[in-house]
Design a protein around this ligand. Structure first.
Ligand SMILES: [Zn+2]
Ligand SMILES: [Zn+2]
Length: 94
């Protein structure tokens, strides 16, 4: 039932369930090479025309990245504070 198929780009054997078929060249690929630009798809131009928005997703705005960094910094600070409180609480018990 779960037969193995080889990725046409790298040759990795993947189970039929996790193999991907390219809509544009009908090739079979592993999860890492399923996207047209990952397997040097001969019909990549067709894919680009069909997905104009995908090219923009790759280049994130620097402002949003700084915001994300600040958020993770705050999250890290809260976690540290929680650990300190936890340590103080443990040492008072013992
Ligand atoms: Zn592959
Ligand atoms: Zn393809």
């Amino acid at each position: 039932m779960d037969q193995m198929v080889d990725c046409e780009f790298c040759g990795t054997s993947v189970s039929g369930g996790s193999a991907f078929t390219c809509t544009y060249c009908k090739g079979t690929f592993c999860p890492a090479h399923r996207l047209p630009f990952n397997h040097a798809c001969p019909n990549i131009a067709e894919w680009r025309n069909a997905n104009p928005g995908k090219q923009k997703v790759l280049s994130r705005k620097p402002e949003s990245r700084i915001m994300a960094d600040q958020k993770s910094l705050i999250a890290g600070g809260v976690l540290m504070l929680f650990l300190i409180i936890l340590f103080v609480w443990i040492f008072r018990i013992v």
